[in-house]
Design a protein around this ligand. Sequence first.
Ligand code: HEM
Ligand SMILES: *[C@@H]1O[C@H](CO)[C@@H](O)[C@H](O)[C@H]1NC(C)=O
Ligand SMILES: *[C@@H]1O[C@H](CO)[C@@H](O)[C@H](O)[C@H]1NC(C)=O
Length: 323
Amino acid sequence: MVSPARTNQGAMFFMLVLAVSMISSSSCHAQLSSTFYDQTCPNGLTTIRTAIRTAVSKERRMAASLIRLHFHDCFVQGCDASILLIDGGERTAAPNNNSVRGYEVIDNAKAQVEKVCPGVVSCADIVAVAARDASVAVGGPSWAVKLGRRDSTTGNPAQALTDLPGFTDSLPILISHFDKKGLSTRDMVALSGAHTIGQAQCFTFRGRIYSNGTDIDAGFASTRQRGCPSSGGNSNLAPLDLVTPNSFDNNYFKNLMRKKGLLVSDQVLFTGAGGSTDSIVSEYSKTPATFMSDFAAAMINMGDIEPLTGSQGQIRKICSAVN
Ligand code: HEM
Ligand SMILES: *[C@@H]1O[C@H](CO)[C@@H](O)[C@H](O)[C@H]1NC(C)=O
Ligand SMILES: *[C@@H]1O[C@H](CO)[C@@H](O)[C@H](O)[C@H]1NC(C)=O
């Protein structure tokens, strides 16, 4: 039998440890942690996973859209769910307008999570977990998502214009966009491998397929021209990976080595003439396991971009609007 006095001593010691750890976590730079919701929302991650699996089984492309949503969130003001705010201005900023998808899937996952633990799990964390679950759902790698991000109360449409890379960017420009967010050139190449799934609209690759350039396979260009006229049809879709557009694999890199990248920003990663990232593309094309593990590591790095933590921001009740 444990005496009441002894129980009290134990409880007091526990409270002291808790108080000390709370003080130290608020005074130091707060860190994300994969166990952040273990006590406060033990079923949260399973609830998100169910919502994402359901959405991807309804529409396979949604996996691609959710991975991209996390990228476009993190590159603008950090991974803070700013992109989800209807009044935040980012949704209609040029790189996102009529292009970024999956908002309603996140809204639904949040609604399910609110049922099991109201007011606990941030939208920014749901977006990060959704990206991981989406990867797994289409055969991509898994990773432990770091958690504890909080949600912003504002969007930043101006930064969406300046900080998101463009589809005609050169290699040095792409490298600098990622470097600005603390991501390495190798991270950039691995993350571009997300283009192994999903679709792009005609206006994003028209210039390349009608360029008569020496950096594009002529047969591939004429195939793509059939679905993307030289004028009109701006929103016609083509797969970013012509081989396996619904499976997360390393075909994207094999395509680049055959001059069959869809976007200019894809093909600049491999020139075949000693470009600085040629060797990384070649490595990923030969060793899929290296691509998978580098992609997972790079997604964790991307998820670390400028999170709001501690008492910053808020935990939104719904993801599309501030509380
Ligand atoms: C390197 C610079 C990048 C550029 C210039 C770029 C550009 C683009 C463009 C233009 C599209 C097509 C959008 C449309 O037509 O509506 C697209 C789609 C996509 N991007 Fe990227 N992207 C880049 C990096 C990334 C990264 C880092 C990720 C994620 C880790 C990513 C994931 C995707 C996915 C999955 C799609 C398909 C989305 C869908 O089908 O809904 N991209 N990207
Ligand atoms: C976004 O696209 C819609 C068409 O769906 C258009 O009416 C609107 O002007 C665009 N917004 C911006 C800010 O360009
Ligand atoms: C590509 O070649 C075609 C056929 O020769 C020509 O009509 C077109 O103007 C060329 N396009 C460019 C961008 O040079």
